[in-house]
Write a protein of this length. Structure first.
Length: 269
């Protein structure tokens, strides 16, 4: 498996904004086909009308690394690394956040740094890549539509990545393929036979993913359960029978709440 196949085997999602959160919308757009080995999606979180009170936005763990900025103030842009639990951000009464969600293992290849340097951290993009930070500041005027901004990003990244070949370590790729195909329900010491020791495999995962194989598998498994909440069922009903890798209801709820900030019965997709 190479980096291009990751986009077909793993498609993480984020919970939708609940209907009660009037005036806030979240949407995603796919990148140009040539960029899919690197970028999972572009996303926008914005207010249609000013809110009456500040909003706390919960980001579910998805195993990815994101670049994001407020299009109303593009002079500041940020990188959010791999998160081992959900992240919560207090937002202003008006905002228009634009994000670039990178495929697992892609960010370190593109920006030449270790993923674990960003784990559980949010840093100014300028500290990592001044060129891209400058592009965002100068090329995304507040009045531009989400579609226009994504087209600008497509052109920028196509030019920048023209000579870049996604080349993850093949041993990492084999391990990722097993994790994705088993939807995260793996025993890492038994199922991930990548031809190297468990210690070496952990080093690869920390470099390219930002966490251990066990932590990443937990998030892939959670993402599978998150998608099951889209099924037409009474909230939480029948979920346990599909939850491979969770041993009991309390285990499922504990992990789900840690990674999403909510329980399966209350989550909204």
């Amino acid at each position: 498996m190479n980096s291009e196949v990751i986009s077909t085997l793993y498609k993480p999602i984020q919970p939708a904004i609940k209907q009660a959160d009037n005036g806030i919308a979240y949407r995603e757009l796919t990148p140009d086909a040539s960029l899919k080995p690197f970028i999972h999606c572009y996303w926008q979180l914005d207010t249609k009308t000013p809110l009456t009170k500040p909003f706390d936005y919960k980001v579910a763990a998805d195993g990815c690394i994101d670049i994001f900025f407020d299009a109303l103030a593009p002079e500041q842009s940020f990188v959010m690394g791999f998160s081992q639990q959900f992240a919560q951000f207090p937002l202003a009464l008006s905002f228009r956040y634009i994000g670039i969600r990178f495929q697992p293992s892609a960010f370190p290849q593109v920006f030449q740094l270790r993923a674990d340097e960003l784990t559980n951290r949010t840093l100014a993009l300028e500290l990592i890549d001044k060129k891209l930070s400058s592009f965002i500041r100068l090329s995304t005027p507040a009045g531009s539509s989400f579609g226009k901004i994504t087209k600008l990003f497509n052109l920028y990244f196509k030019q920048r990545f023209a000579q870049l070949e996604p080349k993850s370590d093949p041993r990492l790729c084999r391990a990722l393929e097993v994790i994705f195909k088993h939807r995260g329900a793996v025993i890492t010491s038994q199922d991930l036979d990548a031809g190297i020791s468990q210690r070496q495999l952990r080093r690869l995962f920390k470099h390219y993913i930002g966490a251990s194989p066990k932590s990443f598998s937990k998030i892939v498994r959670f993402q599978h359960i998150l998608k099951l909440t889209q099924l037409d069922m009474t909230p939480g009903h029948g979920l346990l029978s599909h939850a491979q890798g969770f041993y009991d209801q309390s285990h499922l709820i504990k992990d789900f709440k840690q990674l999403s900030g909510s329980t399966p019965s209350k989550i909204s997709i």
